[in-house]
Design a protein around this ligand. Sequence first.
Ligand SMILES: [Mg+2]
Length: 219
Amino acid sequence: MQIPWDKIDTVLLDMDGTLLDLNFDNHFWNEFVPLKYAEQNNLSIAEAKDQLKPQFKIMEGQLEWYCLDYWSHKLNLNIAELKQEVSEFITVMPHVMEFLEILLHSTKKVLLVTNAHRDSLNLKMDKTCLQVFFDDIISSHDYGVPKEDFDFWNKLQSGNSFDKERAILIDDSSSVLESARNFGIKYLLFVSKPDSNLPPRYSSDFDYIIDFRDIMSGL
Ligand SMILES: [Mg+2]
């Protein structure tokens, strides 16, 4: 795919499922948390999963879903500590480093925009050392609204003035891309393979990439 890189001077990048393998988070929430929850409450793992699933489902797309404090309180588990326990599984997606290296040597502004809680974000930056590649790192928790909310983009633009006509957002969430589109961000790309262990998903609404090799030409 040919991205008109000469017409873009701000690159907005999601973290989980875009730069980092979502397999870590999927495994953490779907396997590791149920295991710890089962141990704590004398349940079988299947029972723990049955109890947790609807609780997770109901919070999808809301800021609390990404809030480690919320889940620590709700489940009576230290979620930040548990994440630390399995942090060796945090991995950068293939070809992300090459892509970020090229961006670093370009004149484009590069912003990490994530719904991840600061604790989770810091842990992931510590493990991957990606922070050097960004002009700024924004967690939606700083604004009190998730990226799915139109107001997130307003607040982002006030804090980091950029031209939305000359900006690209790359994200694995179609609802986030939708809200960025409503705000007016001109170039939008859907990441179709956020979890290395799952088959790709395709979008009929957005152009998509399998990995960053697909868009490096002309950069
Ligand atoms: Mg994501």
